[in-house]
Ligand binder design. Structure first.
Ligand code: IVH
Length: 672
């Protein structure tokens, strides 16, 4: 193709793809199937590869990342990126307020502040020239950062081009890149299963993703941005923080909807308490509240010190940490055979939750932190359900503390354990290891899987010690007499357990797939697989390519599913389950599903599902997923940066729920 034709074709494709992106992400009324969209996209990618200089700066291909860089280029910020002074309590806040009033010569009246959640992520700068994203950089030391434009372009809620009509010729913005909690936990789970060290908190995971030389890796982490301050701006004047947030939101930039204008310190204190009480329910980690003088004229008058402005302060939450003692460190064998050290702790309360165990993730970490039995340690809940040991207070050592070494053989079955190449984890290689079987059976019977009521750890342990089960299939051949051998077992209880086992033969296919405990296949992925393949036989026969065509399935997941069904032992267990009468069913568009007659609208960016995935879940339960809100809508599921639809929902009085609440409805922990 000649240059001129290529140029025309590129312009045409970019326009088309941008239109389809808008239809899909903003208006919820896609016109193309995924395959049709992919075809357009690939055609553009190929043309841009042949004629790299013809690729426009806001080309949608920038979203998927490109070949790795050798290093990052330093960029100097046009204005330094300052940091904030911290307030630790109310008296610090009053001091801040008094300092401001003194500086401004105020003798009466209150200051208007804007309060915002303090996002626990990493600060970046975005530069828009004539409305087009031209550069993105990390904060670095505040004066010079690193140019990470390609990585930032993969962040879904960062617009590559601002909404018209009024973006100024130059707009520099500061904001925080963060990784929401759900993908953070998923990422860590995957890393642990692969024997990679998990991230200590979502901030480290987000920072790691942004500082990737290979932007394709960044593209795979569902990062998100909230903008919170202007940098250098030409051709537009903002009058206040309230004005700034509203204006840039209209240009299509993501701002935190929880930002709020308040009056005086009393208003700030109310806001702080509200956020402290609500922080656990947010889908992302915040570590405090940022308080800013609203008026930009007053901000200017107040000016800044060398490292921080006088007009803002960060009021930090108390850390979710506590001090306790390590009582023992024991190796524990997981469902996939990974042997990890677990610390049993003297029970201690960490911001409202009693903590008595902490994972130490892996043996290298144990050694690095030099945690010994008897040590006094700091424990922390850091955006993760499982608490972690942060560090040892060595000044408390008496000399009686005992170091612990990795086991040489599996603590459960005594067979060899090995370090798999490229993994830090130790793994028990015995497929018949009782600890792995124990975890697999507990998982199989759990509420999100086959939901065998009453079949918890205690009974599973007895079944194993009496050698009554060796695989999950053996559960279905248990008799009343088998149960009567248990300690403290009565006729009625045995009957109930048998009924629960029988009842679990009829379960949705998605639950059954999840129950098999295939590595990397969580409950959501299992539901999508069920919707895509319809029967366990179809899934078992699916090729890697067919598996990859399911939206949420990547190469690693596809490979893991294939290896599960290729394993003769697994084939036998599944055949025995089916022969025993387990008959998973699909509820595709089933009448009588949980959502029958209910209409859902999804808006904003979802972190736990793709749009298609969420719609499939609704339809599986007999509901309808619509593109736009009307009086007939029952629920609006609002993602992190839900825009105008949210206002419409509120004005129509339609119920608005979060992604987490939607998930509870799907999983049945709440009734629609
Ligand atoms: S304003 C000069 N607003 O906190 C004012 N910062 O401790 C610049 N941060 O480097 C910061 N959420 O990375 C601002 N809503 C928010 C924020 C926020 C998180 C971070 C930011 C900054 C650090 C200062």
């Amino acid at each position: 193709m000649d240059r001129e034709t290529a140029q025309k074709q590129i312009v045409k494709l970019v326009g088309e793809i941008q239109r389809h992106n808008r239809l899909y992400y903003q208006e919820d009324r896609p016109e193309l199937t995924d395959t049709e969209y992919d075809t357009l996209f690939r055609e553009l990618q190929e043309l841009e590869e042949c004629f790299p200089d013809l690729a426009p700066p806001d080309s949608p291909t920038g979203r998927v990342g490109g070949a790795p860089l050798d290093r990052f280029i330093p960029v100097r910020h046009r204005r330094p990126m300052l940091s904030l002074e911290n307030a630790l309590d109310e008296s610090d806040l009053h001091e801040f307020d008094e300092r401001i009033r003194r500086f401004l010569g105020m003798t009466s009246g209150e200051i208007d502040y804007v309060c915002e959640p303090k996002m626990d992520g990493l600060a970046v700068e975005l530069v828009y020239e004539e409305g087009i994203l031209s550069t993105g950089a990390t904060r670095g030391d505040g004066i010079t950062g690193e140019e990470v434009t390609r990585n930032l372009k993969t962040v879904r809620n960062i617009p590559l081009r601002l909404n018209r009509p009024t973006p100024p010729p130059l707009l520099e913005l500061r904001g925080e890149i963060y990784l929401p909690l759900a993908p953070f936990q998923k990422l860590n789970q995957e890393r642990e299963e692969n024997g990679e060290p998990p991230f200590a908190n979502p901030r480290n995971a987000a920072a790691g993703a942004i500082r990737q030389l290979d932007s394709r890796i960044t593209a795979r982490r569902p990062l998100s941005l909230f903008c919170y301050a202007p940098g250098e701006v030409e051709g537009h004047t903002f009058t206040s923080q309230t004005d700034f947030l509203a204006t840039i939101a209209a240009w299509g930039l993501p701002v935190n909807p929880l930002a709020q204008k308040v009056v005086g310190t009393a208003g700030v204190i109310d806001y702080f308490r509200e956020m402290a009480a609500g922080r656990d329910a947010l889908p992302y980690e915040i570590d405090g509240v940022v308080i800013k003088v609203d008026s930009y004229a007053l901000q200017q008058e107040l000016g800044e010190k060398t490292r921080s402005p006088r007009w803002a302060i960060a009021w930090k939450f108390p850390p979710r940490q506590a001090i306790t003692r390590v009582e023992s460190i024991v190796p524990s064998v997981g469902r996939t055979g990974v042997v990890t050290p677990v610390a049993n702790l003297k029970p201690v309360e960490v911001s409202g939750v009693t903590v008595s165990r902490a994972t130490l993730h892996n043996w290298e970490e144990l050694e690095k932190k030099d945690i010994r039995v008897g040590d006094t340690v700091v424990v922390e809940r850091a955006g993760d359900v499982i608490p972690a040991v942060v560090r040892v207070l060595t000044e408390h050592r008496t000399g009686a503390e005992l170091p612990v070494h990795p086991p040489l053989c599996c603590p459960a079955c005594g067979s060899a354990i090995a370090r798999i190449t490229d993994e830090v984890a130790l793994r028990c290689l015995n497929l018949a290891c009782p600890a792995q079987i124990r975890e697999a059976i507990i998982h199989f019977a759990s509420r999100t899987a086959m939901d065998i009521d009453g079949m918890g750890d205690r009974y599973v342990d007895q079944l194993l010690s009496l050698d009554l089960v060796r695989t999950v299939a053996d559960l279905y051949t248990l008799t009343r007499d088998d149960f009567m051998q248990f300690q403290r077992m009565g006729e009625k209880l045995a009957e109930n357990l048998l009924t629960a086992i029988q009842g679990s033969k009829q379960r949705e296919l998605g639950r059954f797939i999840y129950a098999l405990g295939i590595r990397h296949v969580g409950a959501q992925t299992a539901k999508l697989l069920a919707a895509a393949f319809g029967t366990i036989e179809n899934l078992a026969a699916a090729t890697v390519e067919e598996l990859l065509s399911v939206r949420e399935v990547g190469p690693q997941v596809a490979q893991s599913i294939r290896s599960c069904f290729d394993n003769p032992h697994n084939q036998e267990v599944i055949a025995r389950l089916l022969a025993a009468g387990v008959s998973p069913f699909t509820t595709a568009k089933q009448v009588g599903g949980k959502f029958t007659g209910k209409t859902f609208v999804f808006t904003g960016s979802l972190t736990r599902f793709t749009r298609d995935g969420a719609k499939a879940l609704v339809e599986q339960e007999g509901g309808h997923a619509a593109g736009s809100i009307s009086g007939k809508t029952d629920y609006v599921v609002a993602g992190s940066d839900a825009g105008s639809k949210l206002n419409k929902a509120l004005s129509l009085g339609v119920k608005v729920i979060s992604e987490a609440e939607f998930l509870s409805l799907v999983e049945g922990t709440e009734q629609p």
